[in-house]
Design a protein around this ligand. Structure first.
Ligand code: GLN
Length: 489
């Protein structure tokens, strides 16, 4: 028999329904994986083994057939609120904080029968691309522990890649689900803006933020998307409808679809191995009957600049609430303003302070028109361009990142180099459109390479169908798995 931790969600559901295995056994098997690998990977800020076993025991009294995620272990990025576990955003300012409620995405997972295994590490307040900005620990890439897992949802991606959970939630503001998914050889998706409720996601840049799944394959991703999607009265920006048709095109493949490759991709610092994977993807698309063409997208560095102006502006406003009064860390001082200053000064890390300063700068009078307003106009232009493109074609395909995972410490002193690893991902957040990263191959050093597919707003089902077809062709999981010897276990 295969190890219990290797089954897909649908296979597990069949086994539960037939009674060949129970949730306690499955949860224990994953807890064993966490025990043996977490020391080397450090994906979790907090694990909840006792609560998980308790919950699995309670599930045993329920009918598996009524719950789409019955007994499925799930890890949650630690900027998503959980009422029974801390939610720290990997920040000293929220250390020890427990929210009074669950995020909508979390309560939907629980209502569907999932079991929470713990909270995963991230760059503080989701600001970063390597998970090195966490105030608590550095997470390592299971494929090579000298490398970062990407970020900011690095803990979620590493936990899934190392087999410690089959599913994790991440958040994606400029690429934070897709980039770490690409670096760790797993699937990561963000839906259209408003597809998944942001209620209970600690806000970074509210007009970009989306919660989404990290999974081992596209089918699991679609199943989780279906559970967490849909209108929510607690988030007025959610789209109408229940997002129920995620699996509607899952077996349709890619034949007949119009797929476009952005022109001039190689100009964006693309590594040779990534280029090869891209070429393979194009070949596959052509042989599988897709109609492949080239498309002019707005310059990627323009998207980057637009994203970093607007996201930081929103962050500077969103993070004003952490003042030492209402939440978390409070420093002692003689005056009220001294207390604010000291609490924020000591509570926030360097990158968060950099973002708050940049954001405040671009919003301040005298600079507002030159930066914030201009970036808003650029955003409109980028959105319009994507809309025009999706009037003509179905899917855009391109690598998720220009390079595979980089080394720990390699970019920490160069924020701009760090920001550049989002160069292919920010466009989908700016335009509010769905995008998915799937593992497509390995570099010569044995690190995963991710391909990104992007679709027009509201077309998640089509996107998942195309991603499923590409996945079948790449056969990544059959061919490649991280090497446990690297983790020292
Ligand atoms: N890496 C990007 C940033 O640092 C994106 C972060 C995210 O998507 N949360 O802002």
């Amino acid at each position: 028999m295969q190890p219990l931790t290797s089954y897909s969600i649908s296979r597990l559901q069949e086994m539960f329904a037939r009674g060949t295995v129970g949730p306690v056994e499955v949860v224990r098997a994953y807890l064993d994986e966490i025990d043996s690998k977490e020391g080397a990977v450090r994906a979790f800020i907090e694990t909840s083994p006792d609560q998980a076993i308790e919950r699995a025991k309670r599930l045993e009294r329920l009918d598996p057939k009524e719950y789409p995620l019955y007994g499925v272990p799930v890890a949650i990025k630690d900027n998503i609120c959980t009422s029974h576990l801390h939610t720290t955003c990997a920040s000293k300012i929220l250390a020890g904080y427990t929210p009074p409620y669950d995020a909508t995405a979390v309560s939907r997972l629980l209502d569907a029968g999932a079991v929470l295994m713990g909270k995963t590490n991230l760059d503080e307040f989701a600001m970063g691309s390597s998970t090195e900005n966490s105030a608590f620990q550095i997470t390592r890439n299971p494929w090579n522990t000298d490398c970062t897992p990407g970020g900011s949802s690095g803990g979620s991606a590493a936990a899934v890649a190392a087999g410690m959970v089959p599913v994790a939630l991440g958040s994606d503001t400029g690429g934070s689900i897709r980039q770490p998914a690409a670096f760790c050889g797993v699937v990561g998706m963000k839906g259209s803006y408003g597809r998944v409720s942001r209620y209970g996601l600690v806000a970074f840049a509210s007009s970009f933020d989306q919660i989404g799944p990290v999974t081992r394959d596209v089918m699991d991703c679609a199943i989780v998307m279906k559970v967490i999607s849909g209108h929510d009265a607690m988030d007025s920006t959610t789209l109408p409808g229940n997002g129920n048709d995620m699996l509607g095109s899952i077996d349709k493949g890619i034949a007949g679809l119009k797929v476009a490759i952005p022109a001039g991709m190689s100009g964006w610092g693309m590594d040779e191995d990534v280029r090869h994977s891209m070429d393979d993807t194009v070949k596959f698309l052509e042989t599988s009957g897709a109609r492949v063409s080239q498309v002019e997208l707005p310059d990627m560095d323009v998207s980057m600049a637009c994203y970093y102006v607007l996201a930081n502006a929103e962050a500077s406003s969103n993070l004003a609430r952490f003042d030492g009064v209402k939440y978390g860390y409070r420093a002692e001082a003689a005056t009220l303003s001294g207390m604010y200053r000291a609490s924020r000064g000591e509570g926030f890390g360097e990158e968060v302070k950099r973002r708050i300063l940049l954001g405040t700068y671009v919003l301040s009078s005298g600079y507002y028109d030159a930066y914030y307003l201009k970036a808003q106009n650029v955003r409109k232009m980028i959105r319009a361009r994507f809309q025009d493109v999706f009037d003509e074609i179905d899917i855009i395909a391109m690598p998720t990142t220009p390079t595979p995972a980089f080394g720990i410490g390699e970019k920490v002193d160069d924020p701009v180099a760090m920001y550049m690893s989002d160069i292919f991902t920010t466009g989908a957040n700016i335009a509010g459109i769905p995008a998915i990263s799937i593992p497509a191959g390995l570099s010569r050093e044995g690190l995963p390479i991710g391909m990104q597919l992007i679709a027009g707003a509201g077309r998640e089902a089509l996107l998942l169908g195309a991603a499923g077809a590409l996945e079948k062709n790449c056969r990544f999981r059959e061919r490649c798995l991280p090497d446990p010897r690297r983790w020292g276990v």
